[in-house]
Design a protein around this ligand. Structure first.
Ligand code: AMP
Ligand code: ZN
Length: 465
């Protein structure tokens, strides 16, 4: 398989440490809020990568963390702890927030057919591991204690910026959004391994450590969990492109500093999903969640289909128009497949082999999922018997995970969907202009179409009667 390796900035042949086996680590969610569909694009890409590797024949062990402590609002150790922010917002404890949003994330993954990784571990469950690593880093002179916190000393590294094109002077205060002056740091690029001096007196989660009561930095969590569950040699490490710096850069520094040898050979990053205003965020604009898409009548797998149509390495810009298009194509695809009925013919082995190879080749070509979908359409068009087609669809769906052979409950077709959305918009406009009669008329018109609408905090949603 060929894959784009951020470490060497080129597409490379994947050669695992142990033949036939892949150890894969993927950064997990910070469970302080719902995941937006941008976050989920990254998890879809990682899911496809894992399934593609298995399809090609590798044995894959995948591990993911759940960040439930230590991730501050700026990735560079400044700002407020995101978990604490979530707990304050909802008047709950940090652990209640963590449990709730972990479950919600799991539900989203299920809806999108994202396989739950073999090992999923919350950051708060591995404190001893971080302490062990930090002690060793101090012993080796790669870390120092200052102002109560433990920092990694980035000046001790020959190539701290190995993953990025960043330069040290870019870390100077003010040059980069979110970087605050921390007077305890020796070098601006240094980062916190262990906090004891929290700016927030009510930081809920704290543990005893050789450096006092405190909590781990965000970056050490991933190094600790990956080393604990996958060992000293990692084949693939994934995340979204925003993780490259500083998070993955810091993970490399910590893990390789601790181990004294190279840690991970392939760093694979998924590009972002943007909205029309730029980077998607949980705080500005419409908060796009899977549930919101469902409330608007879209099927989560139409979103998965949209992600598969694009190359993971390119930015994808979200709009309801392109989602409408994807929903439409997805419905048509499912309908086409529904009409393929099993026959009494023998499966055509040479056709299976031909198409299987084509499908594999697309995946092996830097995870070209759009080409893999084209191969699926080629199968549907081809003059081969139905049993052969059904067998190939079943095989391909192990990777695509689009429920291609599963019968759905009645779906709303995209023409009806755009009509509904158009009427809802008209009604909102009427309400804004205080034209309540017109608004009521539109509600009745929708009722006649068997559509019930509800006004919620997130906007107007609808369901079929
Ligand atoms: P977080 O929960 O903020 O730690 O992010 C979870 C994952 O989502 C990380 O791997 C990020 O790189 C990824 N991510 C964040 N924003 C986006 C986006 N707009 N599009 C795709 N992936 C994203
Ligand atoms: Zn991570």
């Amino acid at each position: 398989m060929k894959i784009y390796n951020t470490l060497n900035k080129r597409v490379e042949e994947l050669i695992p440490n142990e033949p036939g086996k892949i150890k894969m680590y993927t950064c997990g969610p910070t469970v302080y809020h719902y995941a937006h569909i941008g976050n989920l694009r990254t998890y879809i890409f990682e899911d496809i990568l894992e399934k593609a590797l298995k399809y090609i024949g590798y044995e894959v062990t995948r591990c993911m963390n759940i960040t439930d402590v230590g991730h501050l609002t700026s990735d560079s150790d400044s700002g407020e702890d995101k978990m604490l922010k979530g707990a304050r917002r909802e008047h709950k404890t940090v652990l209640e927030i963590a449990d709730y949003y972990t479950q919600e994330f799991k539900n989203d993954c299920e809806k999108l057919n994202i396989r739950w990784p073999d090992i999923v571990s919350p950051a708060t469950q591995n404190i001893d591991e971080y302490i062990k690593i930090i002690e060793k880093l101090l012993e080796k002179g790669l870390a120092y204690i200052s102002g109560g916190n433990v920092y990694y000393d980035t000046s001790k590294l020959e190539d701290y910026y190995v993953l990025t094109n960043h330069k040290e002077d870019e870390m100077v205060v003010g040059a980069r959004e979110g970087v605050e002056q921390d007077l305890s740091k020796k070098n601006q690029a240094d980062f916190v391994l262990w906090f004891t001096k929290s700016k927030f007196e009510d930081q809920e989660l704290k543990w005893e450590s050789p450096w006092g009561l405190g909590y781990p930095g965000w970056h050490i969590e991933c190094s600790g969990i990956a080393l604990k569950y996958l060992g000293e040699h990692l084949d693939i490490h994934c995340g979204g492109v925003d993780n490259i710096f500083p998070h993955h850069t810091n993970e490399i520094a910590q893990s390789e500093g601790y181990l004294g040898h190279k840690w991970c050979n392939y760093w694979v990053h998924g590009e972002h999903l943007n909205d029309l205003n730029g980077k998607m965020s949980k705080s500005k604009g419409e908060f796009l969640t899977v549930s919101l898409l469902e409330e608007k009548g879209y099927s989560p797998l139409a979103y998965r289909y949209l992600c598969l149509k694009s190359y993971y390495h390119n930015v994808l810009t979200f709009s309801y128009d392109i989602l409408d298009g994807a929903q439409n194509e997805y419905n048509k695809l499912k309908n086409k497949i529904k009409n393929i009925t099993a026959d009494k013919e023998e499966i055509q082995k040479e056709e299976i082999e031909k198409y299987n190879n084509k499908f594999k080749e697309s995946l092996e070509n830097d995870l070209n999922t759009s080409m893999a979908l084209t191969t699926l359409y080629d199968v549907l068009k081809d003059n081969i018997n139905n049993n052969t087609k059904l067998e190939l669809i079943k095989m391909f769906d192990e990777v695509l995970s689009l429920d291609l052979l599963k019968e759905e409950k009645q779906e709303i077709d995209s023409e009806l969907l755009s009509k509904i959305n158009e009427l809802i918009e008209k009604r909102n406009e009427a309400k804004k202009n205080r034209n309540y009669e017109e608004a009521d008329n539109i509600r009745n018109q929708l009722l006649e179409m068997n559509i019930i609408i509800k006004d919620t905090r997130e906007g107007t949603v609808f369901e079929k009667k």
